[in-house]
Write a protein that binds this ligand. Structure first.
Ligand code: PMP
Length: 386
């Protein structure tokens, strides 16, 4: 049996209530444990029990690897939230959106062309785009660095594939594609386009959009994501990729996603989104308060915006803080925070300057409280030494 509960590594004692004094604040990975209290509140309604005989075969009764009921739930959810157009679009599933990143690159690349597609993104960007494209090295596509290198390019023989993350990981900005023209294809990574992390100004209507339950319900370990695709040929090529790669997403993962979305859809999603938004809005407000005392550090600038889902102006509630060390001599922000007992992610991981550091705000409440305490210690230290 797996243990039901574990202490946060910074806590000890039989009931996990003793804070260990020499423990660093973990603000590194984007594990979305901030949603755990919501699921604890809905423990019974979100549970699934799968009998040993259940759905043992490869495919559903329509011979596909995609649950049509789950497709319907996904469309209903997008319609309620108003964050993506799904009418007349095709939907495929992936083992997390991670699997869909390369499926999309593959589908948007010209096949067996003398000129491979140039895959690009704008810094700061999610590092997996580069790492995966380079790892799945192909004659049809190659990673070609930052979009800024190609903005004024006259290269009309090449196809460009631009990754756009909106809201962006790490800085929460609602990015738009930079490259324009008939030879540019864009992959919109919409992992964070939910009312938890951003106001929803209008339904996204891009040619190829990627979503994931990892940041929607917080079930990153289930590995379930989906793509919404306008073009039928692109959809067919992605389907072939997913069929040859894994024969589709685990039926067990699809069943779990179905149950989770069922709970989210109850009461038209208000409960989850309200919980997630107010948690992250409070975290951002508290963090901003501390950093505003400091001249040494700054945060990304995000403004309140009208949200069509909540039908009101919403304060920022980003998944990550993109912290900048402002002093001339503080060239490595990671090391400065590490010395103060805070572990984030280096700017260079996102192809940005190491004066920047990403701090995850979507981890557990314990992790966040430890982070806030360490920051409170760091900021007055600065005042006293002024
Ligand atoms: N895109 C972005 C921008 C992400 O931040 C993440 C997760 N950190 C992913 C994709 C991958 O998510 P998944 O768990 O669905 O593979």
């Amino acid at each position: 049996h797996e243990p039901v509960c574990e202490c946060n590594p910074c806590y000890g004692g039989s009931d996990c209530s003793n804070l260990l004094s020499d423990c660093a604040a973990n603000a590194g990975s984007g594990d979305p444990y901030f949603l755990e209290p919501f699921w604890m509140q809905h423990a019974a309604s979100s549970a699934i029990l799968v009998s040993g005989w259940h759905r043992m075969g490869y495919s559903y009764s329509d011979e596909s690897y995609i649950s049509q009921l789950l497709v319907e739930y996904i469309k209903k959810l997008h319609a309620i939230v108003g964050n993506a157009a799904t009418e007349g679009r095709y939907i495929v599933f992936g083992s997390g959106s991670t699997q869909l990143l390369n499926a999309a690159v593959h589908a948007l690349s010209p096949s067996s062309s003398v000129s491979p597609a140039k895959v690009v993104a704008t810094a700061p960007y999610y590092p997996v785009y580069r790492a995966q494209t380079q790892f799945f090295n192909s004659r049809d596509f190659s990673y070609e660095g930052d979009t800024s290198l190609w903005k004024n390019s006259t290269d009309s023989n090449s196809r460009f594939i631009e990754f756009v993350t909106s809201p962006n990981n790490p800085d929460g900005k609602l990015n738009k594609g930079v490259l324009k023209g008939p030879n540019v294809k864009t992959i919109y990574d919409r992992a964070y386009y939910w009312p938890h992390f951003t106001a929803i100004p209008s339904p996204a209507d891009d040619d190829l959009m990627l979503f994931t339950i990892s940041k929607l319900t917080g079930h990153a370990g289930s590995r379930f994501g989906w793509a919404i695709i306008k073009d039928e040929a692109v959809y067919q090529t992605m389907l072939t990729y997913l069929q040859l790669n894994t024969f589709g997403v685990s039926r067990d993962a699809q069943l779990r996603a179905l149950k989770l979305l069922d709970v989210v859809l109850e009461g038209d999603g208000k409960e989850l989104f309200q919980f997630a938004y107010s948690t992250l809005k409070d975290r951002w407000r508290r963090l901003k308060q501390i950093i505003s005392e400091s001249k040494r550090f700054s945060l990304q600038n995000l403004s309140p915006q009208y949200c069509t889902f909540f039908k009101r102006v919403k304060d920022p509630s980003p998944a990550y803080a993109w912290l900048k060390c402002e002093r001339q001599q503080d060239k490595n922000c990671y090391e400065i925070l590490e010395a103060a007992g805070i572990i984030g992610r280096q700017g260079s991981d996102y192809s940005a300057d190491n004066r920047y550091l990403r701090l995850s705000l979507i981890r557990s409440e314990d992790d966040f409280e430890i982070l806030i305490n360490k920051l409170k210690n760091l900021v007055p230290t600065e005042k006293e030494t002024k």
